[in-house]
Each structure stands twice: as structure tokens, then as C-alpha cells.
Design a protein around this ligand. Structure first.
Ligand SMILES: Cc1ncc(COP(=O)(O)O)c(C=O)c1O
Length: 437
């Protein structure tokens, strides 16, 4: 039994972690558990800051895993949630006003979207995109890229955290509990390697439903022509092209990676920003494909079942719509991306001044430190980089109140102030000194 806070002599954070050690595996959420001396529990968030239960402020570069492009608790998003909460927090089965209004904004914004269907998370959105692709093509296999993350479902749990090069196209499960029977349905190729992709697609075209790709794989940007090459191969071999835009959607540009790179997929999955910090995702795509989920077609063999208690949740839909209204304003992305890239250059100057063989890799509002001579072009380049030094640098920043997750790609949000950036540069300077020592 936990003691009430006033009856024990632990500080509030130690008290909460004492509970979490008993109730949550590894006292963590999902796949993350920070080292004991650096972990913190958030009691409030304000713009670019997180405030922990001991009152310490962190400058936030995790940004809710990318959902918080406007920082935390943006006033217009809060107002929309409050107004919606007063009307309807949750409805199931019949449509709700907030979801309909958001669907119109999504279809207008996303180049491939003639229709969308809602989900609760990005993982669900990618799982459903694969299901729709299989239902539409009548084929089972899907080609993904080594090191690509498509969420937590069984089909996504192949070759997302490899420790060595795959025996292409054979994918390897990264988690216990993934049925062996699925292994043959997932194929894997190296990112940015069109030749390898073509060999696999040509050999497997008869059974291959789709190629699924992150337009920016974690922090690896596509080389010139890579995404357009995938489009060409997909068309040539009768395979669908799916963009997993859970991160890139509404982040690289209002129209996501599709707009930023000028390549339109058949289907795309979204999460994070579209829910404005609430539980919401969607699959977007060509009408003839999305029609496979039309509930009027239930019972037909090509009907793709999609359903969830929280799909189109009005609270998340209102938060998403309010977020989209702010980021749709002219100049939003130019300002965000330019400010971010100026900051990357300033961080690079600090690394260089200390003579560290590290780079700030990334573009637009996605970035990470990599101890490598070049920007990565695939997952093997990431594996070849010095991960141990990157982890040390990240932990040294965390110690100084800069919230980054060690060796995980991070985000830049529009609400970081000049003072936040100066503080971060000063912390980086000290972290570099610590690393060299
Ligand atoms: C590219 C990509 N796809 C899918 C997902 C899964 O989204 P969610 O965590 O909302 O289930 C993520 C999550 O980070 C992601 O980065």
C-alpha cells in the first residue's frame, strides 16, 4: 500500500517513483525508462517547458514524440478542448461534429487524400493501411525498410531495431510474441537503395501488396529520387505505395512528406499532430482504396474492417482541428524550419569547437546528434556510428535540464524562445566538456 504523501518523508517525485516501481514495468511508459538518477515525472507543461514534480523546469525537445508541434498547452488548442469537453467528450457509432470538421481539413491538406478514416493512434493507422492494401490488391506481402518504425503492431515489429544487416529480404522479429507465421509476409530492404528494392519487388510482385516507407526514416532523409523511384517501381510492378506520415505529416510541411518531397503515395498513415496531442490518427488515400472500409460493404470478401471505440474522438478531433488552424497560417513552416536549421548550425559550432567527431544530423524540425563523419543514408550507417558517445552526450544534456531521449530522434517546436535556445547551447557546451573529460 502506498502511504499518502503527507505521511511519508519521501519528496513528491521519489514518492511517485516508489509507486511506479511497484505498478509499472521498469517504472517506465512504453519502451522508455530513463536512468534512475535522471528520471523525472512531469506534473505540468507550458509551451516548450516541462515542469517536474520537484518543480524543476526542462526545455522540451521530445515534444510529445512529435505530437506537440505548437509546444504544450497552446492557448488555442486548450480553448478548443475546453469548449469541446463542455459539449461532448466521447461518442461512439454515430458521427460527431468535431470529427466531420477535422476530416474536411485533412482531405484538403493531404495530397493523396480523397478520403480518410480515423483511428486512435499512428500504429493503428499503419496497421489499417496495410490491411486496406491487402484487401485492395488481394495480395499478402509488404516490403518495409530496415530500421523503419511503423508502430507497435505485429506486422510493424520486424526489422525496426536491427543490430546487424538483414539477410534481405528476410525480416526479423524484434519482439517476443510476434507469430512466426507473419515472418514470411514482411520483407525488408535497405533504405535509399532503389536497386535492392527493385530486385525484391520484381521477384515478389505477384504476392506483394505494398511498399511502406517513412518519407524521412527516423532522422535519415531520402536521397534525391529515392521516393520518386519507389513511386515508379510501385506503378511498374502493380504494388501500392504507402507513406507512413505519422511523424512527417503536418511536420515537414502542411501537406507532410508528400508535399515536401513532391511524391504522392496511394495510401498514408497519420497520427501525432492530427490529434493535437490527443489520441487520434487516420489513414488517408485514394477513394477506391478507402472505400474498402465502407461499413455498407460489410460481409464482402474485399471489405477491410476498421473500427475502434475512440476513432474520431471529439476531444482529440477538436484539438487536432485547432492545431491545424494555427499551423496552416502562412509562413508557419518557413519560420519553424529556418529557426530550427539556424539552431542546428549553432549546435554544430559547439560540437566543432570541442573537436567532437559528431554532427547534428537532420533538417526541418527533426534532428539528432550522430557521432559519424557523414549524414546517414540507411540504418547500417546509424549502427556504424558511435552510439555510446551519443548516449553520453544526451544524458549530459538531460542532467542539465534539456529533455532529450538518449539516441532517439528529436523535434524542434515553434515555441522555443531565444532564451531556451541560448540555455540549450550553454548546456551543450558543458555537456561537451563533460564528454571530453
Ligand atoms: C513513423 C511512425 N509510424 C508509426 C508510429 C506509431 O504511432 P503511435 O505511437 O501513435 O502508435 C510512430 C510513433 O512514433 C512513428 O514514428
Amino acid at each position: 500500500m502506498a502511504l499518502p504523501l503527507e505521511q511519508n518523508d519521501l519528496d513528491p517525485q521519489a514518492h511517485l517513483y516508489a509507486i511506479a516501481e511497484r505498478t509499472l514495468p521498469g517504472a517506465g511508459l512504453g519502451g522508455y525508462s530513463l536512468p534512475k538518477d535522471l528520471r523525472f515525472a512531469v506534473s505540468a507543461a507550458e509551451g516548450a517547458h516541462l515542469i517536474c514534480t520537484q518543480g524543476r523546469r526542462y526545455i522540451d525537445f521530445v515534444g510529445g514524440a512529435g505530437a506537440n508541434i505548437l509546444g504544450a498547452n497552446h492557448p488555442e488548442v486548450v480553448a478548443a478542448i475546453q469548449a469541446q469537453a463542455a459539449k461532448a467528450i466521447h461518442v461512439f457509432g454515430t458521427l460527431n461534429e468535431a470529427a466531420i470538421l477535422l476530416s474536411e481539413k485533412l482531405v484538403a491538406a493531404i495530397p493523396c487524400a480523397e478520403k480518410i478514416c480515423f483511428t486512435s493512434t499512428g500504429s493503428e493507422a499503419t496497421a489499417y493501411a496495410l490491411r486496406i492494401a491487402r484487401a485492395f490488391t488481394g495480395k499478402d506481402k509488404v516490403l518495409k525498410f530496415e530500421g523503419a518504425y511503423h508502430g507497435n503492431h505485429d506486422y510493424a515489429s520486424f526489422s525496426q531495431f536491427p543490430t546487424a544487416a538483414a539477410n534481405y529480404p528476410q525480416a526479423t522479429a524484434d519482439s517476443g510474441g510476434v507469430p512466426r507465421a507473419l515472418q514470411d509476409t514482411m520483407l525488408v530492404a535497405p533504405y535509399n537503395d532503389l536497386e535492392a528494392v527493385e530486385q525484391i519487388v520484381a521477384a515478389e510482385a505477384e504476392d506483394l501488396a505494398a511498399i511502406v516507407v517513412e518519407p524521412v526514416q527516423r532522422v535519415i532523409f531520402p536521397q534525391q529520387g529515392f521516393l520518386a523511384g519507389l513511386r515508379r517501381l510501385a506503378d511498374a510492378y502493380g504494388v501500392l505505395l504507402i507513406f507512413d506520415e505519422v511523424v512527417t505529416g503536418f511536420r515537414l510541411a502542411y501537406g507532410g512528406g508528400q508535399e515536401y518531397f513532391g511524391v504522392t503515395p496511394d495510401l498514408a498513415s497519420f497520427g501525432k499532430i492530427v490529434g493535437g496531442g490527443g489520441p487520434l490518427g487516420c489513414v488517408a488515400g485514394r477513394a477506391e482504396m478507402l472505400e474498402r472500409t465502407n461499413p455498407r460493404n460489410k460481409g464482402r470478401p474485399d471489405y477491410a474492417y476498421i473500427n475502434g471505440t475512440l476513432h474520431g474522438n471529439p476531444l482529440a478531433a477538436a484539438a487536432g482541428a485547432a492545431t491545424l488552424d494555427v499551423i496552416a497560417q502562412p509562413g508557419f513552416y518557413e519560420h519553424l524550419n529556418q529557426k530550427a536549421e539556424t539552431f542546428y548550425a549553432a549546435m554544430q559550432a559547439v560540437l566543432d569547437r570541442h573537436g567532437l567527431p559528431a554532427r547534428v544530423t537532420g533538417r526541418a524540425s527533426l534532428w539528432q546528434f550522430l557521432f559519424a563523419a557523414e549524414d546517414p543514408k540507411n540504418q547500417l550507417d546509424i549502427l556504424a556510428a558511435d552510439q555510446a558517445s551519443a548516449r553520453k552526450l544526451d544524458l549530459a544534456l538531460l542532467k542539465r535540464g534539456i529533455y532529450v531521449l538518449p539516441t532517439v530522434r528529436r523535434f524542434f517546436s515553434g515555441v522555443l524562445s531565444e532564451e531556451d535556445l541560448e540555455t540549450t547551447l550553454a548546456a551543450l557546451d558543458q555537456a561537451c566538456q563533460e564528454l571530453r573529460a
